[in-house]
Design a protein around this ligand. Structure first.
Ligand SMILES: NC(=O)c1ccc[n+]([C@@H]2O[C@H](COP(=O)([O-])OP(=O)(O)OC[C@H]3O[C@@H](n4cnc5c(N)ncnc54)[C@H](OP(=O)(O)O)[C@@H]3O)[C@@H](O)[C@H]2O)c1
Length: 239
């Protein structure tokens, strides 16, 4: 049994990861700012709940009063604005949760991480390619990959690994927000907007959060001990 921390574990991909690891017999702790979704995720499962804000140094440090074998930096948020319309506050907030949050989570995790530990970042295909209206998000996620690739080299001798998972559009609230945004911007119905959102995925569908969770479970396994510094695209061949 591994001790696993999932940030942003109250909803979407984080919830799927928490249920997947708990189902595989691991000891799971989930963290996020709102208690209600965390408790909803934990209901009926042996999952520990902690409130924390990954952009806050002290809040992240408090999470690591206990050790974890597997730390999954999943908390994140998107922005959909053109560069010209992006305020400095939006830019800073996007970098804070996606990039600085991952940095703080991994830095604190490393203080006591035992041999064989795993650091996993949920990045995005936006870490591998740019796109219109997502510059702040893409810049943050590209930054996550820089962090992951560098950290992978730093920790290799300690038999720790650090990897990123890069999903395309996954069926969560975040994809729902993108679909609603497209409906408003292009004045199209939900069906058309969904098709437009998934058009970048050659398989033409939203990805199931359980697919991302299964990838994380494999990365956390002993079988993946040589997988280090990678960006695993879970995107139906988008990139
Ligand atoms: N859905 C997609 O299409 C997609 C594709 C590629 C990558 N991703 C990435 O996957 C990750 C999960 O996204 P999702 O789709 O599952 O979206 P989601 O349902 O909106 O989940 C984001 C989670 O992060 C938590 N969070 C946000 N800010 C936080 C903060 N400052 N401190 C702690 N927790 C925070 C949220 O909980 P609280 O609000 O309660 O804090 C929430 O549970 C994100 O990193 C996202 O960028 C998503």
């Amino acid at each position: 049994m591994k001790r696993v921390l999932v940030t942003g574990g109250g909803t979407g991909i984080g919830r799927a990861i928490a249920h997947c690891f708990a189902g595989a017999g691991h000891g799971v702790t989930i963290a996020g700012r709102r208690l209600a979704p965390l408790e909803e995720t934990a209901r009926g499962h042996d999952i520990t709940v902690r409130t924390a804000d990954v952009t806050d140094e002290a809040s992240v440090a408090a999470l690591f009063e206990q050790e974890f074998d597997v730390v999954i930096a999943n908390a994140g948020a998107g922005t959909a604005t053109k560069v010209a319309d992006t305020t400095l506050a939006q830019w800073n907030a996007t970098l804070a949760v996606n990039l600085t949050g991952t940095f703080l989570t991994f830095r604190e995790a490393l203080r006591d991480m035992p041999q064989g530990g795993r650091l996993i970042a949920i990045a995005s295909t936006a870490a591998l390619q740019g796109g219109s209206n997502i510059a702040a998000y893409a810049a943050a996620k590209h930054g996550v990959l820089g962090l992951v690739r560098s950290l992978a080299k730093e920790v290799a001798k300690k038999e720790l690994t650090c990897n990123a998972i890069c999903p395309g559009f996954v069926d969560t609230e975040m994809a729902e927000a993108a679909i609603t945004g497209v409906m408003g911007r292009f004045e199209v119905n939900r069906e058309r907007a969904t098709k437009m959102v998934v058009s970048g995925n050659p398989q033409g569908r939203l990805i199931d959060p359980a697919e991302v969770a299964a990838t994380a479970l494999w990365l956390a396994s002993d079988a993946a001990r040589s997988i280090n510094g990678h960006a695993l695209s879970v995107s139906g061949g988008e990139i």
